[in-house]
Design a protein around this ligand. Structure first.
Ligand code: G
Ligand code: G
Ligand code: MN
Ligand code: NA
Length: 254
């Protein structure tokens, strides 16, 4: 109950912040994107990970407010990097099911992008496979409106849900993010990354990018490259870090 009350005022007190984790080209190592990951700088507990407070925020109906702050902050950060003369890459924001179901989600996203004076292509939305499959027809419709606006879309934690190929074809997304449990399987005995390979093959046949998350070892990297995975993300590539620590990876704008 204490944490709940503290969370209610966290955004207003400036205690929320974003860390950014790089995604790079599997072949060239070039930086291709960033994922924004929410953190709560709690006065006594220190830096709190989203797993500890996002489910709570969803439960108490606070995820809409927090999610709107995340979108706004990611857009303001892109604007700040642009104003610093840097060559930005798309920043991906995670959305909760409740956010995607909001009546005004499309205008909320377009307002955040417009307020920062950005092109929609520099913002990407990560939607989990499980949440997309919950209200399929409605979600397809929302995703089409977002795609038409020009934001990039990807399916997060892919392989952990139950989407059929038929529905997958109807979601206008750019990428499938292979859940990190299948990436860690690559190094495990007996399984040899069969699911990761299958997802990469599926992405290829649907004309989508495959992004591996949770890449931690060189063995996983070389396996994924050999299978034709497009992008890599994980501790081997880079940990989530504050914006200031990431700036050196962004090149000056030509
Ligand atoms: O950073 P960490 O591994 O603790 O993230 C745990 C989970 O929290 C991940 O599933 C991630 O998608 C989710 N998450 C991180 N940032 C956000 C956010 O801004 N909004 C939502 N809805 N989920 C987030
Ligand atoms: O569900 P989602 O993909 O949004 O979750 C991203 C989370 O995964 C982040 O909280 C991030 O801290 C975590 N993460 C990122 N890279 C790695 C990694 O290489 N290994 C592990 N174990 N977790 C990672
Ligand atoms: Mn994600
Ligand atoms: Na994931």
């Amino acid at each position: 109950l204490l944490l709940e009350n503290q969370l209610r005022g966290a955004a207003d007190r400036g205690e929320l912040l974003l860390h950014y984790q790089p995604k790079e080209c599997a072949i060239s190592g070039r930086l291709l994107g960033l994922e924004a990951l929410l953190r709560w700088q709690h006065p006594e507990l220190g830096l709190v990970a989203p797993g500890r407070f996002i489910p709570l925020a969803e439960e108490i109906g606070l995820i809409g407010t927090i999610g709107e702050w995340v979108l706004g902050e990611a857009c303001r950060q892109q604007r700040a990097w642009l104003d610093a003369g840097l060559d930005i890459v798309p920043v991906a924001v995670n959305l909760s099911a409740q956010q995607l179901a909001q009546q005004n989600i499309v205008s909320q996203i377009s307002n955040a992008i417009n307020d920062a004076g950005l092109a929609p292509e520099v913002i990407e939305l990560e939607l989990t496979e499980t949440m997309l499959m919950r209200d399929i027809d409605r979600n397809i419709h929302t995703l089409i409106r977002l795609r038409d606006m020009g934001v990039r879309l990807s399916i997060d934690d892919f392989g952990t849900g139950y989407s059929s190929l038929n529905y997958l074809r109807q979601f206008p997304v750019n990428a499938l993010k292979i859940d990190r449990s299948f990436v860690s399987d690559i190094s495990a005995e007996g399984n040899e990354g069969k699911i990761a390979s299958a997802i990469i093959g599926m992405a290829h046949s649907l004309g989508l990018e495959a992004i591996a998350e949770g890449v931690e070892t060189e063995a996983q990297r070389s396996f994924l490259v050999a299978q034709g995975c497009h992008q890599l993300q994980g501790y081997l590539i880079g940990r989530p870090v504050p914006a200031g620590e990431l700036a050196p990876r962004l090149r000056p704008r030509p």
